[in-house]
Design a protein around this ligand. Sequence first.
Ligand code: GLC
Length: 436
Amino acid sequence: MKDLQNNAITVLNNNWKDKFSIPCAKLYPFQWFWDSGLIAIGFAHFDMPKAEKEIETLLDAQWSNGFIPHIIFHTETDTYFPGPDFHRSDLHPQSSEKYKSTGMTQPPVTGFVLEDLYRISKDRDATLKFIESVIDKVYKNHEYFYNQRDPQDEGLVYIYHNWESGTDNSPIWDDIWDTMNPPEYTFERRDTTHVDAAQRPSKREYDHYLHIIEIAKQNNYNDQKIAELSPFLVQDPLFNAVLLKSNQSLIDLYRIIGNKNNNDKIHQLQKWQDKGTKAFNNKLYDEELGVYVHYDLRNEKLLKHISSSSFAPLFANLPSEARAKKMVDIMMEKFGNPDQYLCASFDPTSDRFNPKKYWRGPVWVNLNWMLYYGLKQYGFYDIAKRMKQDTIEIIDNNGFYEYFDSRKQEHKNGNAGYGGHNFSWSAALFIDLLNE
Ligand code: GLC
């Protein structure tokens, strides 16, 4: 394991670009929001200055309305599509003048990441000083979400694009694509020059992705207009669980900082937290399936599919003990067969399951990491242990890939790792799992 840990450190150091990290060479050559946060957790174990710089750079790209973009284009490169000239973040009047970016966001991990840095730090006073210097920016990001992404004032925020979910081509979005009929765009993809097309989304799926962005651009990325017009408008259980988890971390950290000037912020965070938790449990839980699901706000209906996102609420401590028990039973029944590694990204018993294709089935280290902490928090120690061991084993079998086949038999030859290789968050969270 020592060697593997050293390899993980090498992956992170190689993907470090002076003030931020790329998720992996070639396929993802810029800074991504939630990657960046999760990568900082890995660095915190062996190089805290890099962890801090990673977060500082991310927050430096924040817009003046509090928004943090999903990709920050630090460099010019034509190996990525769609790049800055397609996204045109400058259309939004409050976008960053310093950095080109996309006009969409990603799961807001920054709050809980700051708390993880504090947990991991060997010099907590110094780390707390760093946290004090950036925490208000994260607060402002949450304020953005609650003020701009919750049109019905429910305590739940929407995403307007599948790329905002982080689970980019989940079969859940098939339900939304069925409600759309975008034009056929002409464009040159770059992802399939780096990765086998069988492991990536189809051309027709990309038409949908681009069409939603075109609509947002026609409206200069105005949040109200997007809420009115976007064909994709979803309350995602993973995204909202991450936001609530981060709310709680901000509350805890402001308390540790202990400055009276922060009391109003703590009070406001608590209000979002109480309202959000209630709404989350009322609206996103499906009694019939026994898990949390996505809500399609545009077409006003639950999208009744079980994915790894369905279990993410465990990480944020949202379900009651009874619900948690039921969720874990379902996880073990559908995802936990002995011939499967935990935890497939989509229901292995569904006919939409594809164990090789991106978010349509493969195991992802970042979700496993969240589920591990969630299971432990609820006292499911044996299953948590398996989640951790499975995660370590898939990496040990194949290397630090972006995603992995969930079927154990595919791992025999050591080529069950898919997508990008030497992938940063797989390395970062592996280090955290080994050392927690
Ligand atoms: C893929 C993933 C997304 C991630 C990005 C960069 O698009 O779906 O979650 O942030 O790669 O690693």
